[in-house]
Ligand binder design. Structure first.
Ligand SMILES: [Zn+2]
Length: 129
């Protein structure tokens, strides 16, 4: 491989956070249509969603916190539902699947946020309490 042919990386993924966790409060049971993925019931409680962004990390976090965005990812649909809000954002330097698998919780919707997951997490959304 010729390094000169490779675009110069502007961000070293080893520096700073690459994985974020959104702690989400569902204040009352809610049924959410997640696009073509289906409609799912989410009991009230605290959830943890684990995602990553190797570039534009803080912009990604701000996007999740925005209430005026085009619904694209599974998590966008949940966050747009009534009574659902982010209560805390955690940042980690480790890969998202490693962080997700180290998070104790219950998978309610298999495959949620895990379309790109190659580590067998089952879901990147867990109910944590
Ligand atoms: Zn994963």
């Amino acid at each position: 491989m010729n390094d000169a042919a490779t675009p110069t990386a502007t961000t070293d993924p080893q520096q700073g956070p690459q994985t974020y966790q959104l702690l989400i409060e569902v204040s009352a049971p809610v049924s959410v249509c997640i696009g073509r993925f289906g409609t799912f019931d989410f009991p009230a409680g605290r959830y943890c969603y684990t995602g990553s962004a190797k570039r534009n990390f803080e912009a990604r976090v701000r996007r999740h916190q925005s209430t005026t965005k085009t619904l694209r990812w599974h998590i966008d649909y949940l966050l747009a539902a009534p009574g659902v809000q982010i209560v805390e954002v955690l940042r980690h330097p480790l890969p998202e699947c490693q962080v997700n698998q180290a998070t104790a919780g219950e998978v309610l919707v298999n495959g949620f946020g895990a379309s790109d997951c190659r580590a067998g997490c089952g879901s990147h959304l867990k109910k944590v309490m």
